[in-house]
Write a protein that binds this ligand. Structure first.
Ligand SMILES: Cc1cc2nc3c(=O)[nH]c(=O)nc-3n(C[C@H](O)[C@H](O)[C@H](O)COP(=O)(O)O)c2cc1C
Length: 326
């Protein structure tokens, strides 16, 4: 049932992944996704020290005996990132899959593979998917323009990006950006993907870090309450709509530089999530927030997605089998 190239490659029950999420992608959430049959990625950049990352990896492993993943974000960052140490943690702690993003993973493919760690590289466009395939990663995730986080410069939505990527690469393919329920899962499979990857939907779960008020905002938000911005400084992002993001957009319109925007954009994630006050800073958010209507456990969410997917399959096979009236 719902067995795909990704479930087989990653050793998981369902083709449902929780992408790396700065600040919120921690042990409780990742273990809950794993226990429910999916695969989640702890997010290395969240932790101020390597020791704190190691402790959270171990905590996740205490909470589940299923595979867990680690997100290694290779984006250019103001803070020097300890990529080699993150790789060492993945190897030492026997992480099943590393999700890379932001830049070419070339430098870390060999050390991860030597230790038997699978690599899924996440990209926002077909040409990057082809490059990653040439570099020898094990799976590709493409994220469309709807996605929370960094959906890339091309502004191509998942409906076009996923089948275009399926035509262009042979590796197992994961679809991200705009997926939140069983209908989306079946749509992604129909478009040629082997799994869905969700960020936004998993933020509104019981196990995810965050104040109730923050998750309630998500429940009441519609798909138009996100903003795609910061393309002018080569840092395209999709964020929850609030007065801070509106100021960022205003600055961009005036041709502001990265330095001029820094005071506004350096405050990402922690404040909004931890206070529940949506005006406290910036937080990544995908358009799929418009499909979030409750705050279930990860188990409830994944079970429901699988049930919905099977009923979609039933509905579609009924349609295909129906003869046109004489
Ligand atoms: C709050 C938040 C933080 C994120 N942080 C990261 C990150 O640190 N690294 C990364 O590769 N992707 C990050 N992402 C992107 C997700 O892993 C995923 O690609 C995206 O959320 C999928 O689109 P969706 O939001 O429509 O589900 C983040 C997304 C959100 C919503």
């Amino acid at each position: 049932m719902l067995e795909t190239r990704i479930t087989k490659l990653f050793g998981i029950k369902y083709p449902i992944l929780c992408g790396g999420m700065f600040w919120v992608g921690r042990a409780e959430l990742i273990a809950a996704v794993a226990n429910a049959g999916g695969l989640g990625f702890l997010t290395a950049a969240t932790y101020p020290t390597i020791e704190e990352l190691r402790q959270d990896v171990r905590k996740a492993k205490d909470l589940t005996d299923k595979p867990i993943g680690l997100n290694i974000n290779l984006f250019a960052s103001l803070r020097q990132q300890p990529i080699e140490e993150w790789v060492r943690i993945a190897v030492d702690e026997k992480i099943r899959v590393v999700e890379t993003s932001g830049r070419s993973p070339e430098a870390i493919v060999a050390p991860l593979h030597a230790a038997g760690v699978k690599i899924m590289h996440k990209v926002p466009g077909v040409r990057y998917a082809q490059t990653a395939e040439r570099l020898g990663v094990d799976a590709i995730c493409v994220v469309g323009h709807e996605a929370g986080g960094h959906p890339g410069m091309d502004e191509v939505t998942s409906l076009v990006l996923v089948p275009a990527a399926a035509d262009a690469v042979k590796l197992p393919l994961v679809a991200g950006g705009g997926f939140a329920d069983g209908r989306g899962l079946m749509a992604a499979l129909a478009l040629g993907a082997d799994a869905v990857l969700m960020g936004t939907r998993f933020m509104a779960t019981k196990e995810c870090r965050g104040q109730a008020a923050f998750k309630e905002w998500m429940v009441h938000a519609n798909g138009a309450e996100t903003v795609y911005c910061m393309k002018s400084i080569m840092n395209p992002s999709r964020l929850a709509k609030n007065s801070v993001v509106e100021k960022v957009v205003e600055l961009e319109r005036k041709g502001a530089t990265l330095e001029e925007m820094l005071p506004l954009i350096s405050n990402q994630g922690p404040a909004v999530v931890d206070t529940g006050n949506m005006e406290d800073g910036l937080v990544s958010m995908g358009q799929s927030v418009g499909l979030v209507h409750d705050v279930p456990t990860c188990q409830e969410l994944i079970d429901r997605m699988v049930e919905e997917a099977l009923s979609v399959q039933e509905r579609l096979s009924g349609l295909v089998g129906t003869k046109a009236p004489a």
